[in-house]
Ligand binder design. Structure first.
Ligand code: ADP
Length: 571
């Protein structure tokens, strides 16, 4: 085609969206196609954006949120209008709760039919409002490039979160010429938001160093904000240069290996209960960290909070707040310490107390784990899984974990040796994230195996996505702890089993002995049913080396766990 003809060739809005996404470096999109976004997905694929097609926008949304966390670039969810958008809110809200970068793009009904009861009509901007940092409706094809870049940039800037782009069906059908498209894309690119570098005033850095140096019982806590910042090397430096023990939050686990000699995870209560200065890097003092308050923390503890979000510092009112990117700030702290070094040696009473407590608790736990209990409790199969995962070495698999007892026990038993290798129910305690997270992890880190350890209840939320695993041949092994229900067997008091529906199964019960392993076989994946250590070991060996989609259905004693796991106090 002659050059001038090429410039006057008309392209439609679907292709323009795809061009904008590809130009912004988007490489994956998760979603469910249908009216009016199918062509948008196809056009994107043609431009090199991989589209992972799910059964339900909820799982696809969870995948997009986790992809944002794992890669540090917004994960993209594509949905149809109305109900598709509503299902996608699960992912968007999960991104907001966890502070992960994600963008939801939804088609919406024809603008001229708004308010007249159009097909799948919904005020989608109003629906997403509680869950987004920024949202925009592209009312004309000319607005597409700016809108696409804006949602991407807002979602990743400052504290990451979800953003939303609404594209009405009539806009998706509009056209313009190639040269108009290129000009719009070029202009929009010039207007992109660039993150400014924060400089922390010297006096604040000096105060931080002085607080740490003078502390008698210091502790370094880090969370998924530090993981997002990829601050692992800087935190390792800080820990090792100063000799201060550290405590990761559940998803901070792995930034430094759990086996590190200064890991205080196994002495958590002592570490947080007695520390006098806590440097908290990229972790909120929310419920997961007991709000930083007594009785779990000492009332006199001085917090140094390092967070990208100024609002977080204002909310928590720490002794000292350092606002900015964790990696940059910890690097500055390290530099200052290097000029005038200090180190809490192994024989320092605080370090000795932590180390002794860790040894004591680990040996008690290993005693429990060493027992072979069949029918399986939670500990026996978890220890076998731990050993199999450790046996894989590096690159370590990404562990996906959800469930009440399964996740609680897994958090203590399974070890993380590498950064960003743990995805769990997170800040919101969201159940149903498992399969979406597995799929995101597999495509974000193709060199790693993905191992999910899930309760049967958590698995059930998105079990149909095992077909997605098989369709894309993803290296994911899903291990289902099958205790026959939410928390396992029926634990109701006899006086609660009355009334006309008393013979119904308990609200916590599922079909006993459900054959979850057969679900994946329906699609050509591999299923295993295991009930004893030999069967479990053999299923793990085979599935880990095959690196193909598999479900291992582990029969667990229905009365082995506790109702609400470790959170009975909130029940
Ligand atoms: P966890 O669940 O691991 O405790 P949270 O999700 O509660 O972690 O907290 C993560 C914190 O990290 C949030 O307050 C967020 O603002 C912050 N954060 C996100 N990105 C960065 C970054 N690049 N540097 C510093 N802090 C960050």
């Amino acid at each position: 085609m002659a050059e001038s003809a090429e410039k006057t060739t008309l392209i439609d809005c679907n292709l323009l969206v795809a061009k904008a996404l590809a130009r912004a470096g988007v490489d994956h999109m998760f979603g469910v196609v249908g009216i009016p976004v199918t062509s948008l997905a196809n056009r994107s694929v043609a431009l090199g954006v991989r589209f992972i097609a799910f059964h339900n926008e909820q799982s696809a949304g969870y995948a997009a949120s986790a992809y944002g966390y794992l890669t540090g670039r917004p994960g993209i969810l594509l949905t149809v209008s109305g109900p598709g958008c509503v299902h996608g809110l699960a992912g968007l809200s999960n991104a907001a709760a966890n502070a992960w970068p994600m963008v939801m793009i939804s088609g919406s009904c024809d603008q001229k039919d708004v308010g007249r009861g159009d097909f799948q009509e919904l005020d989608q901007l109003a629906a997403v409002k509680p869950f987004v940092k920024f949202s925009v409706k592209a009312k004309h094809i000319n607005e597409i490039p700016n809108s696409v870049f804006s949602v991407l940039d807002h979602s990743g800037s400052g504290r990451p979160g979800g953003c939303y782009l609404d594209i009405p069906a009539d806009v998706l059908h509009q056209t313009l010429t190639e040269s108009e498209a290129t000009k719009l894309l070029d202009d929009a690119e010039c207007n992109r938001i660039t993150e400014s570098v924060t400089n922390i005033p010297n006096d604040k850095i000096a105060k931080a160093i002085s607080l740490i140096r003078k502390a008698e019982r210091p502790l370094i806590v880090f969370g998924k904000g530090a993981a997002l910042a990829r601050a692992e090397n800087e935190i390792k430096d800080l820990v090792e240069k100063t000799g201060i023990p550290f405590l990761p939050t559940p998803m901070g686990k792995g930034l430094l290996p759990d086996s590190h000699e200064l890991a205080a995870t196994a002495a958590r209560s002592l570490a947080i209960g007695k520390c006098d200065v806590a440097v908290v890097v990229g972790a909120r003092l929310n419920w997961l960290l007991h709000f930083g308050e007594p009785p779990k923390w000492s009332k006199d503890v001085k917090f140094i909070l390092i967070d990208i979000d100024e609002g977080e510092i204002e909310l928590r009112k720490p002794e000292l707040g350092l606002v900015g990117d964790a990696k940059g700030i910890v690097k500055v702290l390290n530099k200052e310490i290097k000029d005038d070094p200090f180190c809490f040696g192994r024989s320092h009473p605080w370090i000795e107390a932590i180390t002794n407590k860790v040894k004591e608790n680990v040996s008690r736990m290993e005693g429990q784990l060493g027992k072979v209990v069949v029918p399986f409790n939670f500990l026996t199969p978890m220890r076998i899984i731990r050993d199999a995962i450790i046996g894989l070495g590096s690159p370590a698999p990404i562990l996906v974990s959800e469930g009440a007892n399964t996740m609680d026990v897994g958090r203590s038993v399974l070890v993380q040796m590498e950064p960003r290798t743990r995805l769990d129910a997170g800040t919101w305690g969201t159940m149903g994230v498992g399969l979406g997270y597995c799929i995101a992890a597999a495509v974000a880190s193709p060199d790693r195996l993905v191992v999910a350890v899930e309760g049967d209840s958590g698995f059930g939320f998105s079990a149909m996505e095992v077909e997605t695993l098989v369709r894309y041949q993803l290296p994911v092994v899903v291990i289902v702890f099958n205790n026959g229900g939410v928390y396992g067997g029926d634990r109701r008091n006899p006086e609660d089993i009355t009334g006309p529906y008393k013979d119904d199964p308990a609200p916590t019960s599922f079909v006993p002995g459900a054959a979850y392993h057969l679900l994946i076989e329906a699609f050509g994946g591999k299923g295993y049913l295991v009930g004893n250590p030999d069967e479990l070991k053999s299923a793990l060996t085979e599935s880990f080396s095959a690196r193909k989609p598999a479900v291992i259905n582990v029969t667990i004693d229905p009365y082995a766990g506790a109702e609400s796991g470790r959170m009975q106090h909130k029940n």
